[in-house]
Design a protein around this ligand. Sequence first.
Ligand code: ZN
Ligand code: ZN
Length: 500
Amino acid sequence: MLLGVDAGNPDLLLRWSEDGSLPTLRALRARGMTCRLEGPPGCGDDGTWATVYTGVSPATHGRFYYRRLRPGSYSLPSFADGDLCHEPIWATLGRAGKRVAVIDVPKSPLPATLNGVYLGDWLVHGRDHAAPVAFPEHFARETIDRFGPAPESLCGFSQPSLDAAGYDGMLERLETSTGMKRDLCLSLIDREPWDLFFAVFKEAHCAGHHGWHLHDRSHPDHPPDLAALTGDPLLRAHQAIDSAMGDLIARAGPDTTVIVFSALGMGPSRGLARLLPEILDRLCPSHRPQVASVRRLLKPLAARLIDLAGGRGRRALRRIAGAAGTSHRAGQPAFSIEPSEHVSGIRLNLAGREASGLIEPGAEADAFCARLSRDLLDIVDPETGERLIDDVVPIGRLYAGPLLSHLPDLLVFWNLSRRATSAASRKIGLIRSPAGTPRTGAHVPGGLLVAAGGGLEAGLTAPPRPVEDLAATVGALLGVALPGCEGTPLPGTAPGGPIG
Ligand SMILES: [Zn+2]
Ligand SMILES: [Zn+2]
């Protein structure tokens, strides 16, 4: 049984399991092993989840973030199900005769066929599909009829902050959705003895993005009066999940190997990644200055119009904005890719690889990257003089795989020690951060794994492991080889029997 806590902060999971706030996790830790997890460098939830459920890195499965650079073009369409280049473990396990139940694993593709059931985008944070999808198809409708549609979670990117009653309502709905997922999962566990039962809870993710300032007293926007009324939204969401997981683990029975994990964390939002497009415009100006200046003038207006428009109008405006972005990137020597909130990507407009490449590969590209990296590392927060960027790393130092050339060429690791609203250097002058999201929480790298049963050592605390090891462990537990899997099974993993 694989239970995911989407965007659970590993430090909080450790602290709250130790102080008894999360009794299920505490009990699981007492009889199993605990270790931190490391996601693919630079990835937000899309790339991290795809790595969890395939067991290979984004350089192999291709989902680095929520968009995808269409090869040989400058267009960045949303990542679609068919773009994934490595199959999820449930497909391989199913073909090997294993029965699988897959419930709301975020950012995962709807399977055309499966030896079991798949439900996606029912109670998740951040949907790939407009409505829940399932295999078999009727499973989505049946689930909604029996357990209800997703309660509104008020956790969108533009969602304004709430008052005490608003937060309370939001948390009540998160508790409701946790209970809905628990009830569906219990009914499935009762239905048949699954070989793999994989379900993910989304509520820590929602509470984290919009409630981090209420949880974190050191946050610059922490409102003590409001926090006294709301309590800690993160704790409340985690406790609801912990209680639901306790019910599932109990129903699955004592012989079930259980892995509870979070693959990507949550922390205070620093808003730094938003600075990169303007920084690049200044460090390596566009070869099409007219397109660049018209776009600069119209961009804030377009964003406002997209916000105001509804339905078809919004889709049309997005298409126009997308085309303007495509045309702008074609004129830039290098352009930004936004894989996550803690790391930005830079893609070189490389001759021979891009449609109208501006930089020759080889010595010219190397010199360009070296100069750009130096210029980026010179940038400081004008208020504190502190460097805004910790490191700029060529992608080949972090990843290897057949789709390496689809990824950004450089990753920019922002200094996350404090919030900054502007950037300055001799070359860029002064840049103020554009208005961003009202969200106070943002993803930070790192997760946690707690696993018990199947021969895993009790009470063991192990060194950090890559998230690819989750898939490898499931394959080893079920005795199924996962071709190409880049992970290693946890120590002590032994094959187990069916669940429930
Ligand atoms: Zn998120
Ligand atoms: Zn959400």
